[in-house]
Design a protein around this ligand. Structure first.
Ligand code: SF4
Length: 284
């Protein structure tokens, strides 16, 4: 199936988000999804435009809120494959509360973060992923804050699928997205996706010099949470590949009694006007 549509992305030439878009399209085709079986929900930011560039259901939501919407979509129709997406500012600043709770809930969706360590859409301000000392218009003397570590945060919050990739590693990124979609539970995939216009520090060359592929780390076992945490700390979070996967823990959908038979969207819930009137009366 072809997950390309006729909308031309208006990202800057060279933006890392192009590869993420291609990887999602390839992964969806490779695992045999149908366009009408996929919903892509996004937040606000340059990366938030991605939901309009894929031939599937798309929902371009509000800042930091792609996850509540994506979870609602999945709850309403469990037969849809749901991908939430956005930038590091969207997911790890304003949306961080939703990120942590979606992780611990282990709801069966895939969250892809395009991490460029800056706010690109608003023309270059320091983000929660910017390194200490990072100079932008919002921190002209250099950031005095410490960057958040999303992979360590995810492990601590009880994530069952944690992966990281680099937008130029299209083959590896595609494979990770396939794995994430097929994982029974919440999958978080953080993608280093350079902003070529505003971030002149974390460039493609910088990532090539600083990233370590987990498949090159001898004896790395992605089912070992303790080793995952130690490896992340040793490499300052700059690793790519499948960091951790727990295939034993049940997803939110699996644990929800009475939910698994058919999608809520097809259930006869008998929600008529009298039902809503009664609800309103109770809360008044
Ligand atoms: Fe990509 Fe940066 Fe351009 Fe936004 S400003 S489209 S993140 S390169």
């Amino acid at each position: 199936k072809d997950f390309r549509n006729s909308v031309k992305p208006n990202w800057c030439p060279g933006c890392g988000d192009f590869s993420v878009q291609a990887a999602i399209q390839r992964a969806a085709a490779s695992i045999g999804l149908e366009p009408e079986g996929l919903a892509v929900v996004s937040g606000i930011g340059c990366s938030g435009r991605i939901s309009g560039y894929i031939n599937s259901y798309g929902f371009h939501g509000i800042h930091g809120r792609s996850l509540p919407i994506a979870q609602g979509v999945k709850m309403a129709n469990k037969d849809l494959t749901v991908i939430a997406s956005g930038g590091d500012g969207d997911g790890f600043a304003i949306g961080m509360g939703h990120t942590i709770h979606a992780i611990r809930r282990n709801i069966n969706i895939t969250y892809i973060v395009m991490d460029n360590q800056i706010y690109g859409l608003t023309k270059g301000q320091t983000s929660p992923r910017s390194a200490t000392g990072f100079k932008t218009k919002s921190t002209p003397e250099g950031s005095i804050e410490q960057a958040i570590s999303p992979m360590e945060m995810a492990l601590t919050a009880g994530a069952t699928f944690v992966a990281q990739s680099f937008s130029t590693d299209l083959k590896d990124l595609t494979a990770l997205i396939e794995q994430g979609i097929q994982h029974e539970g919440f999958s978080l995939i953080n993608v280093f996706s350079p902003c070529v216009t505003y971030n002149k520090i974390n460039t493609y060359d910088w990532f090539k010099e600083n990233l370590t592929k987990l498949k090159d780390v001898e004896g790395y076992d992605s089912s070992n949470r303790e080793q995952a945490m130690q490896t992340l700390m040793k490499h300052d979070g700059l690793v790519t590949g499948l960091i951790y996967q727990d295939t034993q823990r049940k997803s939110y959908q699996d644990l929800l009694s009475g939910y698994s038979d058919k999608p809520l969207s097809e259930a006869d819930l008998k929600l008529d006007q009298a039902y809503f009137d009664k609800l309103v009366e109770e809360f008044m």
